[in-house]
Design a protein around this ligand. Structure first.
Ligand SMILES: CC(C)(COP(=O)(O)OP(=O)(O)OC[C@H]1O[C@@H](n2cnc3c(N)ncnc32)[C@H](O)[C@@H]1OP(=O)(O)O)[C@@H](O)C(=O)NCCC(=O)NCCS
Length: 249
């Protein structure tokens, strides 16, 4: 499974990206479709040393892109100490795989689309601006104000919305695919609409859609242990750790 995941991580950002090789690291740039810029170990088998990380950080600064790094701890265990030595802060995110038998019944108001309605980036941005799983202030009014400014964007991924009668889109998520592997990303619920089961429902909708379309492996990484509980409830279990590193804020 680790090889399958490494191959996925190496291939999914390539379409629409410019890719630079820097020793044991690969730097993805100009990624289309909202995919973030970051560097990760060369596939197969990259084992980055301190000099590789420092060289990529310098290149990222030169290009004016985030000094971001991502890898799977089980595949590249040595990079954790190297990243810390290079002055980066590392977020260890639970890496979770779907057990298809445990998927709940579909939510009646979740739809999966192969277009990206403007609500998807707008709701995701409001959600990620209020990190954690607690309820917050921003809700329908803030969404609608942001939507008035939003322009449609194209996509090569699938997107899910929880679109409630009389309320509109309250939660969103995205599924990106390479081969038979699907990663679910960008799950977000408007802060005012949290704790109604919508984050879980959107995740489950994307997972069901991926299985229906022949995916062999559906996975995600959870931003925290609190978030991981939401995913556990719809059939994901922790198998490892995805490391996300950046300079201290
Ligand atoms: C993580 C996130 C998507 C969860 O969205 P959500 O819609 O609140 O998720 P759910 O409602 O399915 O679950 C959240 C909690 O509400 C509880 N809940 C679900 N339905 C409920 C109901 N009807 N009544 C009361 N509580 C309920 C769940 O049990 C869960 O509780 P827990 O925190 O004790 O485990 C949301 O908090 C968010 O957008 N966070 C910021 C962005 C983010 O971190 N995204 C994930 C990146 S990996």
């Amino acid at each position: 499974m680790w090889d399958v995941l490494e191959s996925f991580y190496d291939s999914v950002p390539r379409p629409g990206s410019r890719v630079e090789d820097h020793g044991e690291l690969v730097l993805f740039l100009q990624a289309g479709d909202g995919y973030p810029f970051y560097a990760r170990p060369r596939f197969p088998g990259g084992a980055p040393a301190l000099a590789d990380v420092l060289a990529v950080r310098e290149r990222q600064r030169e290009l004016g892109v985030p000094e971001a790094f991502e890898w799977v701890h089980e595949t590249t265990p040595g990079l954790l100490a190297v990243a810390v030595e290079a002055g980066l802060e590392v977020l260890p995110a639970p890496l979770m795989v779907l057990d298809p038998e445990k998927l709940p019944e579909p939510h009646p108001h979740v739809r999966v689309l192969d277009t990206r309605p403007a609500e998807v980036p707008v709701v995701a941005e409001l959600a990620f601006s209020s990190p954690g799983t607690e309820k917050g202030e921003a809700g329908i009014a803030e969404r609608d104000a942001a939507l008035a400014e939003a322009t449609p964007t194209s996509t090569r991924h699938r997107h899910a919305v929880a679109d409630l009668p009389g309320e509109g889109v309250l939660a969103v998520g995205t599924a990106q695919r390479a081969g038979d592997v699907v990663e679910i990303v960008g799950i977000g619920t408007l802060p005012a609409a949290r704790r109604r089961g919508l984050g879980a429902a959107v995740t489950a909708g994307l997972a069901r859609d991926a299985l229906d379309r022949g995916a062999e492996l559906v996975f995600l990484s959870a931003g925290s242990l609190d978030v991981a509980r939401v995913y556990e409830r719809v059939g994901f279990r922790r198998v490892g750790t995805a490391c996300i590193a950046a300079p201290p804020a």
